[in-house]
Design a protein around this ligand. Structure first.
Ligand code: CA
Length: 219
């Protein structure tokens, strides 16, 4: 699941992006409502984590715009506004969930997993393709019941592929999952990670679709 984190507090934004990445989410992080809109217009996210106090627009106004144009895009409000009235307002404006700062990071991760399950991108914690299983709660991958140790990036790539099993993931889609780590990515990074993944997984598990991208077979 690709997340868009909209938060103008730089320290919190960077810290959260890092923590969410470690949890295996692909995260785009921006500091203004305008930047958020351009990411969403590019259809580059599955769920929005929204701070309400933004420099260029009140988060509730942005939420209203999102609801009009993208009624199904899940939005989780993350804010210091903790009054009951504020929470009701947020939910009535169409937020799917509301978490008050300060919050415990594991609670945010758990709530995101609920949204993920509802979206059906991961109908359970467990995705199974042939003898390979990926447990997104434990961030554990096994092949024929044996643990497969993966780097964080390998895990993110494999999760992207397995969530779309039976369909092709384009190079762009997979690279954007890598780019969302907020780091420079070498032009051959994708090939390197895929090649490393292949060494750890059953032969032919990841198939190359020449000139397009990669795919894994469904179940
Ligand atoms: Ca803020």
């Amino acid at each position: 699941m690709r997340l868009l984190l909209v938060e103008d507090d730089i320290a919190l934004r960077n810290g959260l992006q890092q923590a969410l990445s470690v949890q295996g989410f692909a995260v785009n992080a921006v500091g203004t409502a305008q930047q958020a809109l351009s990411v969403i217009r590019a259809a580059d996210c599955d769920t929005v984590i929204l701070d309400l106090g933004l420099p260029d627009m009140d988060g509730l106004v942005l939420l209203k715009q999102l609801r009009q144009k993208w009624p199904r895009l899940p939005v989780l409000i993350l804010t210091a506004r903790d009054g009951v009235d504020e929470r009701i307002k947020g939910l009535d404006h169409g937020a799917d969930d509301y978490l008050v700062k300060p919050f415990a990071a594991p609670e945010l991760f758990a709530r995101l997993r609920v949204i993920e399950r509802r979206l059906g991108t991961a109908s359970s914690h467990l995705i199974r393709c042939g003898e390979v299983e990926l447990d997104s709660t434990a961030m554990l991958v096994t092949a024929a019941k044996l643990a497969v140790p993966l780097s964080r990036r390998e895990y993110v790539l494999l999760k992207e592929l397995m969530e779309s099993a039976g369909r092709i993931k384009t190079r762009d889609q997979l690279e954007s999952a890598l780019y969302s780590w907020g780091e420079e990515v070498a032009s051959n990074a994708l090939e390197v990670h895929i090649s490393n993944l292949r060494k750890k997984l059953p032969a032919d598990f990841i198939r190359t679709v020449r000139g397009v991208g990669y795919t894994v077979a469904k179940a």
